[in-house]
Design a protein around this ligand. Sequence first.
Ligand SMILES: [Zn+2]
Length: 257
Amino acid sequence: MTRNLDPEDLLHELGVTEPEEIDLEAIAFHCNATVRYRSLDGCEARIIGHGDHAIISIDARSSHQRQRFSIGHELGHWMRDRGTAAFVCKKADMRRRWGYRQDPESKANEFSANLLMPRFIFRPAAEGMPITFDSVFGLADRFETSNTATAIRLVGFGSYPGMVVCHGLEGRNWYTPGPDVPSVIRPHRELHHETAAFGLLFGNQDVSRSMLVDADDWIDHRDAHRYTIYEHSISVSSDTIVTLLWWKDEAQLVDLV
Ligand SMILES: [Zn+2]
């Protein structure tokens, strides 16, 4: 097999065309890597390569979705550093952002996201879907991926402009805009008290309804008060809220720039 295949080439080589066919253990086998599940202390997953073969160890106590992401992550290391791979990967490594960073953990995360939710399968699966968690739950179920990773993919490859925003008790943790959202459109650092996300963070519900709200509740822009935006928020832990924001009417976005 050729070295350093990218995830989409790998899936094409295996004839994968549907989300349900993305079998991580079979893909690992194809790449000469064996996956083992065991209790790991202090890390989420690790890989040790020797010559042409690698052993990937995955924490048996992690969720199914996290295990799949970890296998993809370790395969990312393997495809780049075959023969010499020896990585011990912690939870924080698996969360490291990608897109512009070149460090090995970010690159491994990018590889995993592209393997689990490749553009050529995800885009048609998400076509025409509103950017809401109802869409995310359905897609996450098909792709066997986490809600947050799937939400990021939906704004990246979906049919409408939108962004994913994550807030904690200290304010905004991060946000990921879709490709059609201009960089001047940024969410507020602090949650506005009238948002559903605020209600989730300081209340006791887990999911809000998808709703049309004033854009200036969310967007830090002098003209935002003239427009509306769709918000759908969920609580992913006791102190973390993830929100999908999107525009059904792209003209509003164009006006704001
Ligand atoms: Zn790693």
